[in-house]
Design a protein around this ligand. Structure first.
Ligand SMILES: C[C@H](O)[C@H](O)[C@H]1CNC2=NC(N)=NC(=O)C2=N1
Length: 112
C-alpha cells in the first residue's frame, strides 16, 4: 500500500481547507506504519538510524531534493548515525495527504 502513496505526487496546498481528522490520519498512517502521529494528531514523524554522520547527512540531502521536487517540505533533525523527519502541512497547521505521500516517498528513499 505504501507504494500506492509513494506513486502519488504532492499537490500545491494554498490553505483554506481543514486538516485531516484523526480517523482519516489513522487510515493513512496504516500505509506508512513506521511513522507516528504526534502533536495531538497534527504532525507525523519517524526516526531513522545510520552507520555514521556522513550517511545521515547524505540521507538528509536526498530528502531535501525530494522535498524541492514535490514542493512539500519536512522538518529534519539529524546527527551522528540518526535523523528524525517530521511532516505537517504548515498552511493548514495539520495533516494533508501530501504529508503521507512524502512519508511513503521518504521511506522508499531510505530503503534504497
Ligand atoms: C504553494 C506550495 O504548495 C506551498 O508554498 C508549500 C511549500 N511547502 C510546504 N511544506 C509544508 N510542510 N507545508 C506547507 O504548507 C507547504 N506549502
Amino acid at each position: 500500500m505504501t507504494d500506492a502513496l509513494a506513486e502519488k505526487t504532492c499537490t500545491p496546498c494554498r490553505g483554506g481547507i481543514p486538516p485531516l481528522e484523526r480517523d482519516e490520519a489513522a487510515r493513512y498512517l496504516g500505509q506508512v506504519p513506521d511513522w507516528e502521529l504526534v502533536d495531538d494528531g497534527r504532525r507525523i514523524q519517524r526516526g531513522y538510524r545510520f552507520k555514521n554522520f556522513r550517511d545521515a547527512f547524505a540521507f538528509v540531502g536526498r530528502v531535501a531534493e525530494l522535498a524541492e521536487a514535490e514542493g512539500h517540505h519536512p522538518e529534519i533533525c539529524f546527527g551522528w548515525g540518526h535523523a528524525t523527519v517530521s511532516l505537517q502541512t504548515k498552511k493548514i497547521k495539520g495533516l494533508h495527504e501530501n504529508d503521507f505521500i512524502m512519508a511513503a516517498k521518504i521511506d522508499r528513499l531510505a530503503a534504497a
